[in-house]
Write a protein that binds this ligand. Structure first.
Ligand SMILES: *Cc1c(COP(=O)(O)O)cnc(C)c1O
Length: 432
């Protein structure tokens, strides 16, 4: 299968080329030339086997085609439980059992497994440059750690990520180089962008990115929706509906694509924090990117959701059809806090601030009857609450045990080199 740009003025490329490139040369996002026909999928298989079956048409005729089963079993070696919540017919899909306790582990691990195979036998390593405000960099660093022929340089704003996040970035070492930038996240992103556009530098040091528009992160995220929905249907005989905490729309876009491939997924509802570009659009307004505002669900602090362009493409630019297909509502910080506190005191359930936006929306849909009593719904838990202990612990009045994989990372000593917010400094590091 070939992949084209959402903007339509870049040549069609193979899957491997699209994965290696990240962004298309015309500034668009890579999408399949045509969506594959719905797949006959069956329940009862592992996550890795489900991923393999679902992703085969995208890998057809690519140089990675024969590698797909190996990539899936290497990337997806941790559980994705679908658990019942205390409220009837409500469930939670836990995506936080990977090495850094957030759903970004799925995409980052699949991308690392793919790129390491594409780079095999090359004389020089490929360096992934990532600017991060926390979660993405941690998932990418953990996924690429000790992968042969790959290096990671991760830039984060010094003092502006949580101590636990900074620790996760600096504790790996080996082929992972953490740089703490004396500046903002925007400075980090500008430095990374400049490096990725520096042709002269790349003649000596091959570079790539790993941001949320990468196909190598998007496609594998369909797998957990397929696994959960197929399992659920086999047990209950009904499609599962989802409420998804949404920032750049990468996670939700994967659900939409999985449904288009025949996965028995019902409705898809998008929960945002106070950044309400998507809710305003789905309520009938124009799509208008804005500066992001800081919230408790900080991994969703997005004012220009990058995958919107893909969603718009899938609906052939038909705003009316697109608006009719989704519900999206914002949840403010006070309501996030109330939801976390109330679910704990009523049911003993503990959620991270991102997941709490989805829990809140599901409560609203149940109360209004928009989600009928007999329907089965799942909220998507995008991170373990222990990653956001400074928000969650005061609300529930107790300590949250840290999951073992994350605890192992936190026990390692951490080191990050200081760097000025200046491209020349980064260039020197990359050449060094
Ligand atoms: C990245 C992230 C999100 C948002 O996901 P998108 O794919 O950007 O919509 C939500 N929750 C957590 C914990 C995240 O790390």
């Amino acid at each position: 299968m070939n992949f084209i740009s959402t903007r339509g003025s870049a040549p069609a490329v193979s899957l491997s080329q699209a994965i290696a490139a990240g962004l298309a040369p015309d500034g668009g996002l890579y999408v399949p030339q045509q969506m594959p026909a719905p797949r006959a999928l069956r329940a009862g298989r592992s996550l890795a086997a489900t991923a393999d079956a679902l992703l085969q048409p995208f890998f057809a005729d690519d140089r990675l085609e024969a590698e797909l089963p190996g990539i899936c079993s290497e990337a997806f070696d941790f559980p994705v439980p679908l658990q019942a919540l205390a409220t009837p017919n409500d469930h939670v899909l836990e995506l936080f059992h990977g090495p850094t306790a957030a759903f970004k582990d799925f995409g980052a691990r699949f991308l690392a497994a793919s790129l390491s195979r594409l780079r095999a036998g090359q004389a020089r390593p490929l360096t992934i440059v990532v600017a991060t405000s926390g979660d993405t960099g941690a998932a990418v660093a953990a996924a690429f750690h000790n992968q042969p022929n790959l290096k990671v340089v991760v830039l984060y704003p010094d003092g502006r990520v949580s101590p636990r996040q900074a620790h996760q970035l600096g504790c790996l070492g080996d082929n992972i180089h953490a740089l703490r930038v004396a500046g903002s996240f925007d400075d980090c992103q500008a430095m990374a962008k400049q490096a990725l556009g520096d042709v002269e530098l790349q003649a000596q040091v091959p570079l790539s990115s790993a941001n949320s528009i990468s196909l190598g992160r998007l496609l594998p995220q369909m797998s957990y929706y397929a696994h959960a929905a197929l399992t659920h249907q086999a047990i209950h005989g009904t499609a599962l509906n989802f409420v998804i905490p949404t920032g750049n729309l990468g996670n939700a876009m994967a659900a939409v694509m999985a449904r288009a491939l025949g996965v028995p997924l019902g409705r898809i509802v998008l929960a945002t924090n106070a950044n309400r570009v998507l809710p305003d659009y789905f309520a009938g307004g124009q799509y208008m990117p804005q500066a992001s505002v800081a919230t408790l669900a900080n991994a969703m602090d997005v004012g220009a959701p990058s995958n919107f362009e893909r969603l718009h493409w899938l609906y052939r630019g038909d705003d009316v059809a697109l608006r009719a297909a989704f519900v999206s509502r914002p949840v403010d910080d006070a309501t996030i806090r109330d939801t976390i506190a109330a679910r704990f005191s009523r049911f003993g359930e503990v959620f991270c601030p991102h997941t709490a936006t989805a829990v809140q929306l599901l409560e609203q849909l149940r109360a209004s009857g928009e989600a009928a009593t007999g329907e089965h719904w799942a909220v998507v838990a995008t991170a373990h609450p222990a990653k956001f202990e400074s928000v969650v612990e005061p609300l529930i009045g107790r300590e949250i045990p840290v999951p073992p994989a994350l605890a192992a990372l936190l026990e390692r000593p951490a080191h990050a080199d200081p760097i000025e917010p200046d491209y020349a400094a980064l260039r020197a590091v990359l050449l060094g």
